[in-house]
Design a protein around this ligand. Structure first.
Ligand code: ZN
Length: 175
């Protein structure tokens, strides 16, 4: 049973997600949009489904076998079937449109941790010298210590944020 398009747009406060072991790239983008997204390389299907149940996460997968599991067919675990072989940014678009995701505070793409704004000096030892000069905003993950700044990738995320806002405003498509 795959999730229907919601009647209201989602925010990072209204939904938590879990991506299957094949969807690492997608998970990173969902985190960049602020969604608490579980992803673990090599996780077993059973473990993933049980985690989605216990943490009330909507499971995203393109693995047909996963959708045959009782917890999914019964609807106890909410899920979204991702069409196979979509390029990464098409996966992002598909999930954003189907779940009507709007972006919130960016989370750490690497570990799903929350980011905090920091001073340039605090991350001077881990940000490349050139970025340290040009960037004006710096963030650091409270979980793993990864540094982020307003570079090229950050601006790409910003462009996608406005796309998400436009899509979420649209009426839900009939399934
Ligand atoms: Zn992190």
């Amino acid at each position: 049973m795959s999730e229907q398009t919601p009647s209201e747009p989602n925010t990072p406060d209204t939904i938590r997600l879990a991506c299957d072991a094949m969807c690492g790239g997608l998970a990173r983008w969902l985190r960049a949009f602020g969604y608490d997204t579980f992803y673990k390389e090599g996780i077993e299907d059973r473990e993933l489904v049980e985690l989605a149940l216990s943490e009330d996460r909507l499971l995203i997968s393109s693995d047909d076998r996963l959708f045959e599991r009782r917890l999914l067919t019964s609807g106890q675990v909410k899920s979204l079937a991702l069409p196979r072989s979509l390029p990464l940014m098409k996966q992002v678009e598909y999930v954003a449109r189907r779940l009507r995701l709007t972006a919130g505070e960016t989370r750490c793409a690497r570990c799903n941790g929350e980011l905090r704004r920091v001073q340039r000096e605090e991350v001077g030892h881990i940000v490349p010298a050139r970025s340290l000069i040009w960037a004006t905003e710096f963030y650091q993950c409270a979980g793993c210590g990864q540094a982020y700044w307003d570079g090229t990738h950050w601006r790409k995320i910003e462009r996608w944020r406005s796309r998400l806002a436009d899509w979420a405003k649209a009426e839900p498509a009939n399934q």
